[in-house]
Design a protein around this ligand. Structure first.
Ligand code: BGP
Length: 475
């Protein structure tokens, strides 16, 4: 549906940007930080950096926040490194870790930037992993304790909290992300259940300790198209939607497993065991909003069930498939980025509407963006009009979603500043701010404002998309 005029972005819209601790901070063992599963990773493809130095945000956060303020950010979404705060995950609290995040939050407050704090973004403390990771219920208890520490120590400075970043991607693609959430499928779904119960407890705890604060889950949610109108393709798309999207959000919001997703688990013999009290814990927790990450839509076809439904070249945004349930398919209607991810701004609008229709909670976008091989020119600039075009097309679709009646709190694209990607190194860049380092040569780690920086700055200033006749509206 089109409109004669689109609704404006509401006053107070949270124009922001996102990062995560392990992809940005560096200082992987500084000031008492314990190792995380990411620090223990050794499976980097040749020519790809690890995360130990990140972009040195740990040592440069004041300068970075000054740049975020210059950019005009109203919100900054970042994650706390669990093992910086509690080095072994469930033991002593590291005062230097708390100090770092208090200083960062204070700096943001002085800059007038609202923090949105993710409790956990892929980087489980390695010590917990060695004790069984999420397969062990003790990790769920450790997560609740960790959250309590953060609510008590940082709660006065942080009004918005996110529980777990992309739990669905950790469960579906743990080996690729290095999050430690691997094992046999039965065990992985038990890990998932432990996370869901821990998340529920943490949401309830936040409401008890911080009655003014708001908390929500942060999965990756994407609409799924059937490859054709054939009913078998349509049902495969519905099955994948249930398993990929609603499994996580139904538990987070409604407190119960999605029936289709549960049927899939039972069919495979992978259904998790509930401990006494789990059902009540899930039912008791209510998020205040839903945060979600969106990079692209997905397209799937009916499975063939002949051992070829899972393709071997997928990642978190290229569907792998599930034998006998759905096959990943290409969408011939969509262009692709340099990493073969399809680009679908209208799918973003569809995704907003699907989530809002289902749950009627305010929505916050915590990731969306374009990874690209940026080039620093001799004059210290990056001419990333491809990124501006991607962002503009997606932001236009947010405006459509708002006009459709969806309650949207804000938009925090990935990423505020260049950082190390999940499996493709620093060369895959997303930031408004370029960081001058290579995979192995850290150079000076100097910061440079990209063209998208100035474009986003103008957008935030005007609370509206700047006029740019050259860009198609993505419809
Ligand atoms: C999401 C993760 C982020 C991030 C982003 C881009 O799945 O939450 O941590 O990195 O995707 O992905 P990539 O780094 O693989 O390009």
């Amino acid at each position: 549906m089109d409109y004669r005029e689109l609704a404006p972005f509401p006053d107070g819209f949270l124009w922001g940007a996102s990062t995560s601790a392990y992809q940005t901070e560096g200082g992987w063992d500084a000031d008492g930080k314990g190792p995380s599963v990411i620090d223990a990773r050794t499976d980097f493809p040749e020519g790809t950096t690890d995360y130990r130095d990140g972009v040195d945000h740990y040592h440069r956060f004041r300068d970075d926040v000054a740049l975020f303020a210059e950019l005009g950010l109203k919100a900054y979404r970042f994650s706390v490194s669990w093992s910086r705060v509690i080095p072994d995950g469930d033991g002593e609290v590291n005062p230097a870790g708390i100090r770092f995040y208090r200083e960062l939050l204070t700096e943001l407050r002085h800059a007038g930037i609202t923090p949105v704090v993710t409790l956990y973004h892929f980087d489980l403390p390695q010590a917990l992993q060695e004790k069984g990771g999420w397969s062990s219920r003790a990790t769920a208890d450790a997560f609740v304790r960790y959250a309590r520490v953060l609510f008590e120590e940082l709660g006065d400075l942080a009004p918005y909290w996110l529980t777990i970043n992309e739990q669905n991607m950790m469960i579906m693609l743990g080996a690729m992300l290095g999050s430690g959430t691997t094992g046999d499928r039965r065990d992985i779904w038990q890990q998932n259940h432990h996370m869901l119960v821990a998340q529920a407890e943490v949401m309830a705890l936040a409401h008890e300790l911080l009655p003014e604060a708001k908390i929500g889950p942060a999965p990756n949610i994407a609409c799924v198209y059937p490859a054709t109108p054939h009913p078998f393709d349509v049902i495969a798309a519905a099955d994948f939607t249930a398993i990929r999207n609603w499994l996580y959000l139904d538990v987070a919001v409604k407190g119960v497993y999605n029936p289709t997703a549960w049927a899939f688990l039972v069919e495979r013999g992978w259904q998790p065991e509930f401990a006494e009290g789990d059902a009540e814990k899930l039912a008791a927790a209510k998020p205040d909003f839903i945060a979600f990450n969106y990079y692209t839509s997905h397209t799937v076809a009916a499975p063939k069930g002949d051992g070829t439904d899972i393709r071997d070249n997928g990642d978190q945004h290229i569907v792998l498939g599930e034998e006998g349930v759905y096959r990943g398919a290409d969408n011939p209607n969509l262009p692709r980025n340099q990493f073969n991810w399809e680009i679908d701004p209208v799918g973003f609008r569809t995704t907003f509407r699907e989530i809002y229709d289902r749950y009627r909670l305010p929505l916050l976008v915590t990731e969306n963006g374009l990874g690209a091989f940026d080039e620093l020119t001799a004059d210290g600039r990056v001419h990333d009009d491809y990124r501006i075009e991607y962002l503009e097309q997606h932001i236009r679709q947010i405006q459509y979603a708002i006009t459709d009646g969806v309650e949207v709190m804000g938009y925090c694209p990935w990423s505020a500043i260049d950082l190390i990607s999940t499996h493709q190194g620093i060369r895959k860049r997303y930031g408004f701010i370029y960081v001058d380092r290579d995979e192995f040569d850290l150079k000076q780690l100097a910061r440079h404002r990209k063209d998208s920086f100035f474009w986003y700055q103008e957008l935030i200033r005007g609370n509206a998309l700047p006029e740019r006749a050259s860009v198609a509206e993505g419809r």
